[in-house]
Design a protein around this ligand. Structure first.
Ligand code: ZN
Length: 391
């Protein structure tokens, strides 16, 4: 049978998939709730103003320095509040044997990501209040433009600057001739040249498998986890490569950046409205009072929560497009289907999550849908009827 792969016992969820995903979701929701509650408490108790005064004293009344100290206080307290849950998340991955990381290494990663977050937030927040002081009416347009410049720069630099802070990468070029040949063939068929394929040493920390297209321009590359490269058949790896190449051919990174630019524009416009409202109603004396930062963060949070289902739907649309590209460029969808089943098994994914969970939280279509789409595509090919969209 053509679709034998999906009938094998591997297309059943692991018994651990359901509890694991349920815990993961609750942790995510709890983490979000703590963060949101913290911001609201800062505002309504007036503690934000108290922290601002403390920052001004510690910063010798220097505005820019005080902004940074205030930001440090807020991020530090926020991290302290969520550290317990983060640790629980780490224990959860260990409990389900998805993480091979030692506590020390995890703590070191936590420290690095805190410093990285502080650095990046520092640049954005300094820019924001500098522009507010320069132009209280039009700051949001200028800040949006520079912010998007930074986002694009970061998208370009991330594979060479950010990813290596947490993982090791190696060009795949020499160690796998067969895979290299397959990639060259796929690229030729796509009429494009992929600048690099990298082995991502994920196995140092995790047993999960993953792959991605990352970077912009000269840093654009496909990264494949060693947990995938070492455990999947060449045909299955080719199917994954073809999917990533599909993202590349359909310019998904560029399109996502454009969507983000539109949303950020609306976000900064809304932030300006909210800040002016707060000042008009005497919550703050002026826009540049950086004790209003939690209000900006709440605005951004509300907007992103409201947009989350739409953003996830957009991402799922792109994933389906990349899947269809993969179906067209590989000789049979069977290795695609078996790679999906292996991924589900290895990452403890729920193949068929409930409809509303997929709608709210999933950036990728459910594995069962992706497999069904591949099977439908194959059937349509065999019967000569053009392939319809996945249902
Ligand atoms: Zn994808």
């Amino acid at each position: 049978m053509i679709f034998a792969a999906s009938l094998e016992p591997t297309d059943q969820d692991s018994p651990q998939a359901r509890p694991y995903n349920r815990w993961q979701r609750w942790l995510g929701i709890a983490d979000f709730a703590i963060g949101a509650a913290f911001l609201i408490v800062l505002l309504i108790t007036g503690w934000s103003g108290w922290l601002r005064d403390l920052a001004l004293r510690r910063g010798f009344q220097d505005y820019a320095l005080s902004v940074f100290i205030y930001l440090f206080f807020v991020l530090f307290i926020g991290k302290a509040l969520s550290l317990g849950l983060d640790y629980y998340g780490f224990r959860l991955e260990r409990r389900f044997q998805l993480s091979t990381q030692k506590l020390r290494s995890w703590l070191w990663d936590e420290a690095k990501s805190f410093l990285l977050g502080l650095g990046m937030a520092g640049v954005v927040v300094e820019l924001l209040y500098f522009m507010i002081r320069q132009s209280p009416q039009h700051w949001w347009i200028f800040t949006w433009a520079i912010f998007m410049g930074l986002v694009i720069l970061l998208a370009q630099l991330a594979p060479v600057l950010l990813f290596p802070i947490f993982y090791k990468f190696e060009p795949l070029e020499n160690d796998n001739e067969d895979l290299r040949r397959r990639l060259v063939q796929l690229s030729q068929r796509a009429g494009t040249r992929v600048r690099g394929v990298y082995r991502w040493k994920l196995s140092e920390k995790s047993t999960k498998a993953n792959a991605a297209l990352a970077g912009l321009g000269s840093t654009r590359r496909i990264i494949l986890a060693d947990t995938l490269l070492d455990n999947y058949d060449p045909e299955e790896i080719e199917a994954v490569l073809a999917h990533e190449l599909g993202h590349h051919v359909h310019r998904h990174i560029l399109k996502s950046l454009l969507v983000q630019a539109g949303i950020a524009f609306a976000g900064f416009w809304l932030a300006n409205l909210v800040l002016h409202y707060a000042v008009d109603h005497h919550m703050f004396e002026e826009l540049s009072d950086f004790a209003d930062l939690p209000l900006l963060a709440i605005t951004a949070t509300v907007l992103s929560v409201l947009l989350l289902p739409a953003m996830n739907a957009y991402s799922r649309f792109n994933e389906r497009e990349a899947d269809r590209y993969a179906f067209e460029s590989i000789s049979s969808v069977a290795p695609f289907i078996s790679s999906m089943n292996k991924l589900a098994q290895q990452n403890l994914a729920e193949r068929t999550p409930s409809k509303w969970i997929e709608w709210l939280f999933h950036s990728h279509p459910a594995i069962s849908r992706r497999v069904a789409a591949a099977e439908a595509w194959e059937r349509a090919q065999n019967s000569g009827v053009p392939a319809g969209k996945s249902s």
